[in-house]
Design a protein around this ligand. Structure first.
Ligand code: 2P0
Length: 321
């Protein structure tokens, strides 16, 4: 049996829409930071005798999860069945990318099992592709540091690459848990509806390439003001596209909006960009800032966060057994 641990990631330039749902190909590249092991998923993988068995957070897995195992057999030419047990150690479905951490851990544990028991050695690119089949954003969580998911135009051309290793990034993600409610509309269903119905999303598609170029360059150069400015713009833009969806999608709550206000007030008061907010498909707030400003960022959550997690940049998945 193999046990692997993986962590979520927070996107600075977001993925919100697919051009091919079957092959899980996104409309655009996306860039994220992998988080540390305070937020973690652990997956156990072993071979099964006659059929796949898949349990996620104590419940039978859905069809998407089984699809990952079919994909592994087809792509890496094995007839093996798998028994997978995956557990999440933080709030699920609240904008903390639990599915990303989960499928990264699952993909990583399957790859290590195939390597150790069958001599089928997979590259990190192949592991990224397995994770992508479970959940798009999971393909970014198979690497540490700053990561870009290359959209590609086929199964073999859609995977993540590392932009900057974790030890070279001086940022932290100060996460405010603002709600423990699970979201009512999944990312998968929500993004499909946005692609189908939002005119604003067409505008997003025209500008996201330029933003990717700016953020990629700024991350490599350690120009964090630019990273934070663009991350805030991209979060605003994605959430505007959600609101422009028919019927409108809204994942933020009053406390999320209060966080945005407080971040802007701090930056205005300081006359520079100290903190940048970003939100995934959920109300919980991510404040990205340089490590030295973490305490300042934490103060912004006074009276509104139930819990605060200061995550450093993660190293990516690893085998723990
Ligand atoms: C992201 N999110 O880039 C964006 C920002 C949420 C908002 O990727 O359908 O769970 O499994 O590919 O990966 C969430 O979408 O959706 C997501 P599927 P996924 O992090």
């Amino acid at each position: 049996m193999v046990k692997a641990i993986a962590t979520p990631n927070i996107a600075l330039v977001k993925y919100w829409g697919k051009k091919d749902g079957q092959n899980m190909l996104p409309m655009n590249n996306s860039i994220s930071l992998t988080l540390d092991e305070q937020l973690k998923c652990i997956a156990d993988a072993e071979f099964a005798d006659e059929q796949d068995e898949f349990v996620v957070n104590g419940k039978p897995a859905n069809a998407d999860a089984y699809r990952v195992l079919e994909y592994v057999r087809k792509t890496f030419d094995t007839k093996k069945y798998f028994k997978i047990i995956s557990d999440t150690y933080f709030p699920v479905a609240g904008g903390l990318a639990s599915s990303a951490a989960g499928f990264a851990a699952i993909a990583f544990s399957i790859a290590k099992l195939l390597g150790e028991e069958e001599g089928i050695e997979l590259t990190i690119t192949e592991i990224s592709m397995i994770a992508r089949m479970g959940s798009g954003s999971a393909c970014r969580s198979v690497l540490g540091g700053a990561v870009e998911w290359l959209a590609g135009n086929s199964d073999e051309t859609s995977y993540a690459v590392q932009l900057v290793p974790f030890e070279e990034i001086g940022l932290v993600d100060v996460i405010g848990i603002l709600s423990h409610e699970e979201k009512k509309i999944s990312s998968r269903a929500g993004m499909q509806q946005t692609v189908k119905t939002s005119k604003l999303y067409l505008e997003r598609m025209k500008t996201v390439g330029k933003r990717l170029d700016i953020v990629r360059k700024a991350l490599k150069e350690g120009d964090y003001e630019t990273v934070l400015i663009e991350a805030m713009k991209d979060s605003d833009n994605m959430h505007a596209c959600m609101m422009d969806t028919k019927p409108p999608l809204s994942y933020l709550n009053e406390k999320s909006l209060e966080t945005i206000k407080r971040v802007n007030m701090l930056n205005e008061r300081e006359g520079r960009i100290v903190c940048g907010y970003t939100f995934d498909a959920g109300p919980n707030a991510h404040i990205i800032t340089e490590s030295k400003n973490a305490a300042e960022a934490e103060k912004l959550f006074a009276g509104i966060a139930d819990e605060i997690i200061v995550s450093e940049i993660g190293k990516g998945p690893r085998k723990i057994l």
